[in-house]
Ligand binder design. Structure first.
Ligand code: UD1
Length: 422
């Protein structure tokens, strides 16, 4: 199993190109199931999660061709397809559940394995299934699979009030509604940029969608969708992660393709912590204002609030801030697994339920640490880059799910980092 070894200390300078968004790509790919014609995605990130989605779509009968080193995914889903998403693939990645809405819309039935829990929490699917039920689907759980069937053979439009602005449920219902009979309204819909990107792609395929990016999305069902080519939006989580590198190590780094509107709440916190973010013609430039990082309080929220997917990385920054910061995790119940690892590096963190109190220390110290999930693993790399001495991060397969070429990108701005095989 590979590890990543980081030697801390140096400041950073240069540019880091930001890839297309993993979470957008994982919902755009299943959209191919909605049409018999080809869907091509450009600016796709090169990640193991994308390969898992490719494997899943192929198992359902889609043709998926990866080109330009994985940055272009050409998909086609004509003819007969299989409607069963097997546990063996779904268990690897929760986002596999995003085939449920498209399969149900296309074929009138689907059998999708429940993904099971994951390290950061239970993550049920009730918001997805309650919404689809309102659209006329009968759904029951047998043998670990959701068996969904549209009564009368096709889904019908409905008014759906989400109890929580779930990202995945908004995506599943939106895709299902594009081919349903009549109009679907999602109230309390998620507003994430990945939802807007999905709506943009679906519109390019002929769907009628309004209100994406707001809490009320309206979808008028159409008879069929056609082919399209769509460029995947920039990955705001990869962007935010690398913005923290110069904030923690010093120096100045430009994030190519970065946009403030994707990370506005995060930029506000960086500003309060003493980090300058400036827009350039090609992206965003980040540098510390005067050297010291100041403590800030952070609460994770659905977009446009502070993203839960940047909480672990922000905690790494605050470990050496002046003063005490309070981080509240409001999206997932078990998302502080990076805290004990950061404590092994000398951080002063106390966790009580969904609240972590971080009191800044002068310096972190390198240590062997273990990646526990995708965002936790990158927070340990950032911490290692700012620490004294050597940090070895093991279980880096988590990292391969969401960060392409992480070693090359960080070496490119001067980090002392390498991947080793053991
Ligand atoms: C997506 C992102 C993930 C991010 C999360 C929150 C993808 C592939 N993943 O995950 O990186 O951390 O949004 O921004 O896009 N919930 C329920 N019932 C449901 C659905 C969700 O209780 O039916 C709960 C979940 O357990 C969780 C919260 O709602 O506590 C947020 O989940 P959701 O917004 O659905 O996240 P995902 O779409 O799974």
């Amino acid at each position: 199993m590979d590890s990543i070894v980081v030697k801390g200390g140096g400041t950073l300078s240069g540019q880091i190109p930001i890839a297309g968004a993993k979470n957008a790509c994982l919902t755009l790919m299943p959209a191919t199931l909605l049409s018999e014609e080809p869907l091509t995605l450009t600016n796709a990130p090169r990640l193991s999660d994308i390969r898992t989605m490719t494997e899943l779509l192929r198992s359902l009968g889609a043709e998926v061709t990866s080109m330009q080193d994985g940055q272009v995914q050409a998909m086609s889903c004509h003819g007969q397809i299989n409607t069963r998403a097997e546990y063996d693939i779904v268990r690897k990645m929760r986002a596999s559940n995003l085939v449920l809405g498209p399969l149900l819309a296309r074929e009138g039935h689907a059998e999708v394995s429940l993904p099971g829990g994951c390290a950061i929490g239970a993550r049920p699917m009730d918001i997805h299934t309650d919404g689809l039920a309102l659209m006329g689907a009968d759904i029951d759980l047998r043998d670990g699979y959701l068996h969904a069937k549209a009564s009368g053979g096709s889904l019908k439009g409905a008014v759906i009030d989400f109890p929580f602005a779930s990202v995945g449920a908004t995506e599943n219902i939106m895709m299902a509604a594009t081919l349903a009979k009549g109009t679907t309204v999602i109230n309390n819909a998620a507003r994430e940029p990945e939802i807007v990107d999905l709506a943009k792609c679906l519109r390019a395929m002929g769907a009628q969608i309004d209100g994406d990016g707001t809490s009320r999305i309206e979808i008028q069902g159409v008879d069929r969708l056609h082919g399209a080519t769509h460029r995947v939006v920039t990955d705001r989580i990869e962007l935010g992660t690398y913005m923290l590198a110069p904030a923690m190590c010093g120096g100045e780094v430009e994030l190519l393709g970065g946009r403030i509107d994707l990370v506005a709440a995060f930029c506000e916190k960086l500003d309060a912590a003493g980090v300058d973010v400036t827009e350039t013609e090609t992206g965003l430039k980040v540098a510390r204002r005067n050297g010291e990082i100041k403590a800030v309080n952070v609460t994770t929220e659905p977009f446009p609030g502070f993203p839960t997917d940047l909480q672990a990385q922000m905690m790494a920054l605050l470990c050496t801030a002046e003063g005490t910061s309070v981080l509240e995790e409001k999206i997932f119940e078990n998302r502080f697994m990076h805290a004990p690892e950061l404590i092994r590096m000398g951080a002063d963190i106390e966790v009580h339920g969904g609240t972590a109190t971080v009191t800044g220390v002068n310096k972190l110290k390198g240590a062997p640490v273990m990646a526990t999930d995708l965002r936790a693993s990158v927070s340990l790399i950032l911490a290692g880059m700012a620490a004294e001495g050597e940090t070895k991060v093991s279980r880096v397969y988590h990292l391969d799910r969401g960060y392409e070429h992480v070693v090359a990108k960080l070496r490119g701005v001067g980090a002392n980092i390498e991947r080793i095989k053991e």
